[in-house]
Design a protein around this ligand. Structure first.
Ligand SMILES: CC(C)(COP(=O)(O)OP(=O)(O)OC[C@H]1O[C@@H](n2cnc3c(N)ncnc32)[C@H](O)[C@@H]1OP(=O)(O)O)[C@@H](O)C(=O)NCCC(=O)NCCS
Length: 200
């Protein structure tokens, strides 16, 4: 009997893609495509573009707050770890290498709650939308996809960590239904947010 976490981690790109539902979204009459990828299915150019969007959005915040060290080698290793899964958004007909608008990186994992029970979670490590594409609903769409995947693989919640200084991200996560998780530490410069996944 294979446990739900093992099953989720073993899910193929095809299975994950099917569970995402439609791979198209429309904003103001323009069509966009979402794609599911694993590091093993991505080219080094695609990985560079993913990294570059993270760098553009986060480098200054990391360096000015100093809460998490700015360590590109370590961060790249985390991003492209074999357990990482990506959902990317590009304009329909475009290419990830030249038209990346946003992505999230997540892993299926477990997290211990305050009762010391292991909960099954979709941990969202990164959510990055290019500056010029922000406010178009892409962030919400990517998080909706994570919820769908979590539901399909019987995860209990979506979790993520966000810097207190990242006020815009806080407003966004609050807007889409995330709240402070009970395991979030007090007196830190970051918080852990979560949102339960309703199993149908
Ligand atoms: C935070 C981020 C992911 C949000 O993505 P986005 O595509 O711009 O957000 P969306 O357009 O999907 O917004 C969804 C909802 O959140 C609201 N929202 C988004 N940013 C907001 C802000 N700064 N203040 C208030 N509300 C905000 C939107 O108004 C929208 O509400 P609506 O659906 O009722 O209109 C994006 O701005 C980003 O990539 N920022 C830089 C990187 C970052 O900080 N990532 C998070 C790291 S933890």
């Amino acid at each position: 009997m294979i446990n739900p976490l093992k099953k989720a981690k073993k899910a193929s790109v095809a299975e994950l893609t099917e569970a995402m539902g439609s791979n198209e979204m429309v904003f103001q009459d323009t069509k966009y495509t979402t794609t599911l990828a694993k590091p093993s299915t991505m080219s080094s150019k695609e990985k560079d573009v993913i990294w570059e969007l993270f760098r553009l959005n986060m480098e200054t915040l990391y360096k000015t707050t100093g809460v998490f060290p700015w360590n590109p080698t370590k961060k790249r290793a985390e991003l492209f770890h074999r357990d990482s899964r990506f959902v990317t958004i590009i304009p329909k007909g475009g290419q990830l290498e030249s038209n990346l608008l946003g992505y999230c990186m997540f892993r299926f994992d477990t997290e211990e709650n305050l009762e010391e029970e292991k909960e099954l979670v979709v941990y969202c490590y990164e959510l990055q939308v290019a500056k010029e594409a922000q406010g178009h609903g892409f962030g919400r769409h990517l998080m909706d996809i994570l919820e769908k995947l979590g539901e399909k693989w019987q995860m209990q919640k979506i979790m993520l960590t966000v810097l207190l200084a990242n006020k815009d991200a806080h407003k966004f996560y609050n807007k889409i239904g995330f709240t402070r998780d009970p395991i979030s530490p007090e007196d830190e410069q970051y918080v852990i947010l979560s949102k339960p996944i309703s199993i149908q």
